[in-house]
Design a protein around this ligand. Sequence first.
Ligand code: COI
Length: 330
Amino acid sequence: MKFIAFDVRDDEKPYFQAWAKQNKIEVTLDSGVLDERTLKKTTGYDAVLALQTRSYPEGMFEFFKKQGIKVLSIRNVGVDNLDLTAAKASQIPVTNVPAYSPNAIAEFSVTQLLQLLRQTTIFRQKIAAHDFRWAPFIGEELRSKTVGVIGTGRIGKAAIKIYQGFGARVIAYDLYPDPKLKSQGIYVPTLAALLQQADVITLHLPATAQDCYLLDEKAFSQMKQGVYIINTARGILIESKALLAALKNHRVAGAALDTYENENSIFNHDLRAQPFNDPILAELLVQPNVLITPHIAFYTKTAVENMVLIALNSAKAVCQQGKSDNLVTK
Ligand code: COI
């Protein structure tokens, strides 16, 4: 059995190598992405492992079928960049890693909110200029806030627990409410109700076609004055132009964006010598009340180890037994 993994970073390599040795399976590690140019590198392998937020190449599953590739195992959770209809049509099973560390993402979301509430960016800038005064940048406390959680899957649940630990009032909205959370009485009946009541809105839902621009101009107009927005889910959930306008008219007091709608050619790239052409992102980046991070909420040692090992075990299970608990093409 032979596997090939794409987009492999140095921090993932030890986990791949240890697993390959232990399982006596050859795993080729490639640092490039899986795209039209690199697709042919998969010839001769039984399983392909990948991790990327950009689209996968067109015709990939038909190609896999012709090559006898048995499975595509992605090392992340989101499947929004995959054509699962094409996967099913070509009968190529796809696995994901549904829970590599919900806490990694939940903790990061809370970290970013706390930074916004205490205006740490402004203090960092002031201190760098040797201005050590306090006023007028007085902070706010999380326990005085109503936090609106949109999406109550594994990550949303982990976030709710942390927010409740801080003493915040938590309300939630999900098309598919969780029975246990429902018994806590935290769900509001509609998205509009959450938008109207929340002091903080944090997104923990996958990107589906129906949720594209979930937070658009209309949604921002329904929110409380001075709301904070946290997005560690998917960029496409927020209409960035509308967010920028809402920041400018002070409807939104601050935003933390770990994902951005046009992030693929920017995030996790070294653009120090190569300016990017995205005027909205450029404007967001210079706002003192906006925290932009390059899709790093997941990026912890625990999560990375789990992403690699769970994806490898899923690929092996499909190759050997034709099934895996992590199939997304059931
Ligand atoms: C995911 O797991 O879907 C993420 O957003 C993490 C990213 C590295 C692709």
